[in-house]
Design a protein. Structure first.
Length: 304
């Protein structure tokens, strides 16, 4: 019993650290984007202010039970993804519950929040909300194909779906990272990563260049605060996942911050350089080169 309680307490500590890291990272990234556009930008701690402000509000609007459960599903996807990842490799403290799940389980959590959010926002009955949900599901489905093929290529290469064993196989130097030992899988996954982070040119769900659509048009007050909290946790958890699969994991928090920051910068640089795709363009793009690279990754690791 004591071991379980200790695991839970350390998992909560990990969640606290990663949540704060995600909030700060979000503010810093917005600041970088503003500077590129020759604007001053927000303060790096602005996400904290927005979060506190929204949690102080309440709403009397009622759309149905699923409308309230949707943000909970979304937050559960982010927290679940984080808690079943080894955040710090070799650390019994920040290992979380990674012993209880593998890549299949982790990828399920990655999609879990999307489906819950679709059901929740769709119950509001607003046409813009349904439009945003349909866009998000279409793009997510297209993005999942090269991502899954890249993950399968890594599983075939390392003969395991256990994240611990995949990270362990990458120890011993930078040339042992999956980025170099399986570059085709890494390319397919990093291209999928662009849509996973929801930045331009794949920000078709929120669509900031047009009338904002999707869940942010329907959720407000504390419900929007839950979604904002998840926008700090979920991206940070995805960064840790990709760090573990492609970049050798991290043996301390400093290494984690450096690696995840530069992984995030990949999506930031692309988002600043390219305008937004239309939905049909983003879906067709993922069914093109990224899908072919994913198939090639499977063939190469299987037969060569």
């Amino acid at each position: 019993m004591g071991t379980i309680v200790t695991k839970i307490l350390f998992a909560l500590l990990t969640l606290f650290i990663v949540t704060n890291y995600g909030l700060i990272l979000s503010g810093v990234v917005h600041k970088i984007g503003a500077r590129v556009g020759r604007r001053h930008g927000i303060r790096f701690y602005q996400p904290y202010i927005d979060l506190i402000k929204n949690y102080t509000f309440r709403t009397r609007i009622t759309h149905g039970i699923m409308y309230y459960i949707g943000p909970v599903f979304r937050l559960t996807g982010g927290i679940g993804l984080l808690l079943f990842l080894p955040v710090i490799y070799g650390s019994p403290v920040f290992d979380n519950f990674s012993f209880a799940g593998d890549l299949t389980f982790v990828l399920y959590f990655q999609f879990f929040g999307v489906l819950g959010m679709a059901l929740g926002a769709g119950e509001s009955g607003h046409p813009y909300s349904a439009l945003g949900v349909s866009r998000g599901l279409a793009q997510t489905t297209a993005m999942e194909l090269p991502l899954t093929l890249g993950v399968l290529a890594l599983a075939v290469q390392y003969h395991t779906l256990n994240i611990h064993e995949i990270v362990a196989a990458q120890q011993g130097g930078i040339l042992h990272w999956s980025l170099f030992t399986n570059p085709l899988a890494a390319i397919a996954m990093m291209l999928s990563f662009l849509a996973m982070m929801g930045r331009s040119p794949f920000d078709v769900v929120i669509a900031p260049q047009e009338i904002p659509i999707g869940p942010p048009t329907e959720y407000h007050s504390a419900l929007l605060g839950v979604l904002q909290l998840n926008r700090a946790i979920f991206p940070a958890a995805k960064l840790i996942l990709f760090m573990n699969l492609l970049f050798g994991g991290a043996t301390n928090w400093g290494e984690l911050v450096i690696k995840t920051f530069f992984i995030y910068m990949w999506s930031v640089f692309v988002g600043i350089a390219y305008p937004r795709f239309r939905v049909d363009q983003s879906v067709r793009w993922y069914f093109g080169i990224p899908l072919l690279i994913g198939v090639a990754a499977i063939l190469v690791v299987k037969y060569f």
